[in-house]
Design a protein around this ligand. Structure first.
Ligand SMILES: [Fe+2]
Length: 166
């Protein structure tokens, strides 16, 4: 006979957000974490491999971006934990959760910029897509986190996009 599914042992959690909402929000934050990780890795990769007359500008700019991104990973993962769920932390899980494709080979400098604009925008869309649920669930800390991430990704996308304009 099948055993009845039981909840994980531990104290009952009641922060005023239903278990179902916490599960859904954690799933959305896991997708945001995966996008943020892939964006981080792409930016650091391009910091290492960029070439050409814009080397110094892009090498430095990418460093500022990946450093900010790296610190954000921890904040997103720990919000998932505070909602009572495990944070994804393997390459396999990130690959299955992300909306961002990994770059092939070493793109030319401006192609790196184009790929980063797209990845910044994709990460913003993932964060924004989660907002209605978070709002409905009255989850202010996640709403605050999403707002901060949106501000960074939209501003960074603008700065990168500006490199492509005349
Ligand atoms: Fe470096």
């Amino acid at each position: 006979m099948k055993k009845k599914a039981t909840k994980t042992a531990g104290p009952v959690m009641d922060i005023g957000i239903s278990a179902d909402d916490r599960t859904e929000i954690a799933a959305g934050l896991s997708r945001l974490l995966a996008d943020s990780f892939n964006l981080y890795l792409m930016t650091h990769n391009f910091h290492w491999n960029v070439k050409g007359p814009m080397f110094n500008t892009l090498h430095q700019m990418f460093m500022a971006q990946y450093t900010e991104q790296w610190n954000a990973l921890d904040v997103i993962a720990e919000r998932i934990r505070a909602l009572g769920h495990p944070a994804p932390g393997t390459g396999k899980l990130f690959a299955s959760l992300t909306s961002i494709d990994e770059p092939e080979g070493v793109p030319a400098a401006l192609d790196m910029v184009r790929l980063l604009v797209a990845a910044q925008e994709a990460t913003a869309r993932t964060a924004r897509g989660l907002f209605p649920l978070v709002d409905k669930a009255n989850d202010q800390p996640t709403a605050d986190l999403l707002t901060q991430r949106l501000e960074v990704h939209e501003k960074t996308a603008w700065m990168l996009r500006s490199l492509l304009e005349e």
